[in-house]
Design a protein around this ligand. Structure first.
Ligand SMILES: Nc1ncnc2c1ncn2[C@@H]1O[C@H](COP(=O)(O)OP(=O)(O)OP(=O)(O)O)[C@@H](O)[C@H]1O
Ligand SMILES: C[C@@](O)(CCO)CC(=O)[O-]
Ligand SMILES: [Mg+2]
Length: 398
């Protein structure tokens, strides 16, 4: 089989409001970040499938013949794009030797890779030998959608390499995006990858990884907010490791235990997301005022309290909120919480020295902290000419 080599990338994300509640059908607002995951797919003649994941120090390969044994004899449809094939996941767990319920970083990444590889190429008629290398600017497992950016890259690269979707690159362009129909397909396969990594994802993270920009996400309905103000945001990584899968399951347990207490909290988070959307829409269509920023800050504080109530806070995130408030700035966790990252809203009038001092305070706590820009492009294909030297160098190393 002639496979098409490619380099693709997808952005990470920050959730402004609605994490966890979105898993239970509430509204979330999420933005793409200027930190990306890059994937390079190369054709080989080694009769092997190789995966190189330097961020998690994982380098593995399998014989194509061994992988072929996992395909059903009957030629039955393998892995429908709309639902996870539980039997295939079970076989893959046995194949790579991981038990059900494992949270091991490597196992999750490998299962997602093999699942998408087998499903996409089985449909195109043949399993090719190839090498996939992935490198990310995102911290892994810290709330910035690293699993989704990874899954989106896997889906885009395999669909493209198999010829299921065309390459969007032309002679004139070194970076290009797919059309809506193809992005739809990439997003669906990425969602299956997220299911393997997360257990019960809402789909918001892979939607941002695919479309980029600022999105409203509600029960699978994705709406791009076209008019948005320039928001300045600080990102802080507490560096406390956590698993989205465990945190999402913990919220579900709390809901089952105290439905009449937790459900109203999720309703309130929904209302926070809607109020935030209304405020940023107003800010975009009119001149943003200090009052708008006051509302955004209050919504951040309210939501952070809610997230603590549903059990996804962490002492390091409390510290983030306290330290930034001492400088007059408001913060909340972002993503699944339990450690990982938080966001801090900067006002237009926030002085440079205040930002610098806040960053220093947070670094003194042992956290990473930096100002980020939001609204980056979603999944893209690149020619090698369009990829930063240092990224190409890492991808070419394996
Ligand atoms: N660069 C990468 N290389 C390989 N695997 C990755 C990479 N980035 C993420 N992963 C996979 O995703 C998992 C982390 O996903 P998890 O959902 O827990 O965190 P996150 O996506 O960073 O945060 P959140 O879901 O809260 O936004 C890792 O354990 C690994 O399996
Ligand atoms: C915690 C969560 O809401 C966001 C993780 O980035 C999970 C999800 O939506 O899949
Ligand atoms: Mg994730």
């Amino acid at each position: 089989m002639q496979i098409k080599e490619c380099i693709v990338s997808a952005p990470g994300k920050a959730i402004l409001h609605g994490e966890h509640a979105v898993v239970h059908g509430k509204v979330a607002l999420a933005v793409s970040l200027n930190l990306r995951t890059y994937l390079r797919l190369q054709a080989t003649s080694t009769s092997k499938v190789c995966i190189n994941l330097p961020n998690i120090n994982t380098f593995l390969s399998w014989d194509v013949t061994a992988l072929k044994q996992l395909l059903p004899d009957s030629g039955a449809e393998l892995g429908n794009v709309n639902e996870l094939d539980a039997e295939l996941v079970r076989m893959l767990r046995n194949f790579v030797g991981v038990s059900n319920g494992t949270l091991d970083t490597r196992s999750m990444a490998i299962l997602a890779f093999l699942y998408i590889y087998l499903c996409v190429f089985a449909k195109s008629g043949e399993l090719p030998s190839l090498t996939v290398s992935v490198w990310s600017e995102l911290p892994t497992g810290a709330g910035l959608g690293s699993s989704a950016a990874y899954s989106v890259c896997l889906a885009a690269a395999m669909l493209s390499a198999s010829g299921t979707i065309p390459s969007p690159l032309s002679d004139q362009e070194n970076t290009a995006r797919w059309d809506e129909v193809e992005m739809e397909l990439i997003n669906r396969w990425a969602f299956q990858g997220e299911r393997i990594i997360h257990g019960n994802p809402s789909g918001v993270d892979n939607a941002v990884g695919t479309w980029g920009g600022i999105l409203r996400y509600h029960s699978g309905k994705i709406t791009a907010l076209s008019r948005v103000p320039m928001l300045r945001i600080l990102l802080t990584n507490t560096k406390v490791p956590r698993s989205t899968k465990v945190l999402v399951a913990g919220v579900k347990d709390k809901m089952n235990k105290f439905p009449s207490i937790i459900n109203p909290v999720l309703e309130s988070v929904d209302a926070v997301s809607c109020a935030c959307e209304q405020t940023i829409t107003e800010m975009a269509s009119d001149t943003p005022t200090p009052e708008h920023y006051n509302v955004l800050e209050e919504l951040i504080d309210i939501n952070q309290h809610h997230l603590n109530v549903i059990g996804v806070g962490h002492p390091t995130l409390d510290t983030l909120c306290r330290v930034t408030l001492a400088r007059g700035l408001h913060s909340k966790l972002t993503g699944a919480g339990g450690g990982g990252c938080g966001i801090t809203l900067l006002r237009p009038e926030t002085e440079f020295s205040v930002v610098q001092n806040t960053i220093q305070d947070l670094r003194d706590c042992g956290y990473d902290c930096w100002e980020t820009s939001i609204g980056a492009a979603g999944v893209q294909q690149h020619s090698p000419l369009a990829v930063k030297e240092e990224v190409l160098e890492v991808l070419a190393r394996y």
